[in-house]
Design a protein around this ligand. Structure first.
Ligand code: SPV
Ligand code: MG
Length: 285
């Protein structure tokens, strides 16, 4: 099955899917090996591994390269976080062509003004005019070749403090414009406002959530509330940051690397993750 078809089925099957964020092929492989249904090519974590904050500094080509390399190495679908669409309406049409050609199963665009900042940054949160964002969705949907390619519309209405009526109005508008699913983002520490959204939404289209701040919401409860996909957007990167920094400071302070050996992956595990045997086999032939 194409990954586009797999992603489309995943959001429409009536059973909640679990997806995790990755920033490169290795982390995407780990997401897949851990049994997640798909990979979220996160703008926050791709920016971070480039030593940059998530504020529209990298170009579309950078994000596309990262997501495309993840798609090339994974068999589960990759859903690419495309921020605001990297510009205006034509940019969204262009990105859909390019991401689809790179084997990415779907893209997500959000209704903030370009350049945007990460949703957890207080500064620089401005919503785009609703009609203009609807035009981005239409342009994106018209640009896809594979009918199963997925376009997710993300509303930041709750993040920017515009309230529930605005979030609902926008979500309806975006689905009418052709969006295949709505990502409703919230930075509250309880799922209450997301549950209220779901109650009023009444399942008009699949809903995706990113429970970074309301992390005690079990995925099964999210599914029962009407969520189609839960994204654990940044945990792999945050784990890597903590682990790398602990290991490095331990080597520095102890004067040898013996004490970290039991806390780090053996080199053989990295060989395995990067399919060394298969590549060596090719060379032999
Ligand atoms: C990302 O992972 O880049 C996201 C989710 O867009 S968030 O960081 O919560 O905005
Ligand atoms: Mg992002």
């Amino acid at each position: 099955m194409n990954t586009t078809t797999a992603l489309r089925k995943m959001i429409t099957r009536g059973e909640v899917a679990r997806v995790a964020g990755a920033h490169d092929p290795l982390s995407a492989n780990l997401v897949q090996a851990s049994g997640f249904d798909g990979v979220w090519a996160s703008s926050f974590t791709i920016s971070a591994v480039n030593g940059l904050p998530d504020m529209s500094l990298l170009s579309m080509a950078d994000y596309l390269d990262a997501a495309g390399r993840m798609a090339a190495t994974c068999s589960v679908p990759v859903l690419a976080d495309c921020d605001t669409g990297f510009g205006g309406v034509p940019n969204v049409a262009y990105l859909v062509q390019r991401y689809e050609a790179m084997g990415v199963a779907g893209v997500c665009i959000e209704d903030k003004v370009f350049p945007k900042t990460n949703s957890f940054v207080d500064q620089g949160q401005k919503l785009l005019d609703v009609d203009e964002f609807a035009r981005k969705i239409e342009a994106g949907k018209n640009a896809q070749r594979d009918p199963d390619f997925v376009l997710v519309a993300r509303t930041e209405a709750l993040i920017t403090g515009h309230g529930m009526p605005e979030a609902l109005l926008r979500a309806h508008r975006y689905v009418d414009a052709g969006a295949d699913a709505i990502l409703v983002h919230s930075k509250k520490n309880s799922p209450r406002e997301v549950i209220q959204f779901l109650d009023e939404w009444q399942g008009k289209a699949p809903v995706i959530v990113v429970p970074t701040t309301y992390h005690d919401w079990h995925f099964a409860d999210a599914g029962n509330a009407g969520v189609s996909m839960v994204i654990y957007a940044n945990h792999a990167l945050r784990a890597a940051v903590r682990s790398m920094s602990q290991v490095l400071s331990r080597i520095r302070s102890s004067g040898a690397s013996t004490s970290v050996e039991e806390h780090i992956s053996p080199i053989s595990e990295v060989f395995e993750l990067t399919h060394l045997d298969e590549w060596l086999h090719l060379e032999k032939r």
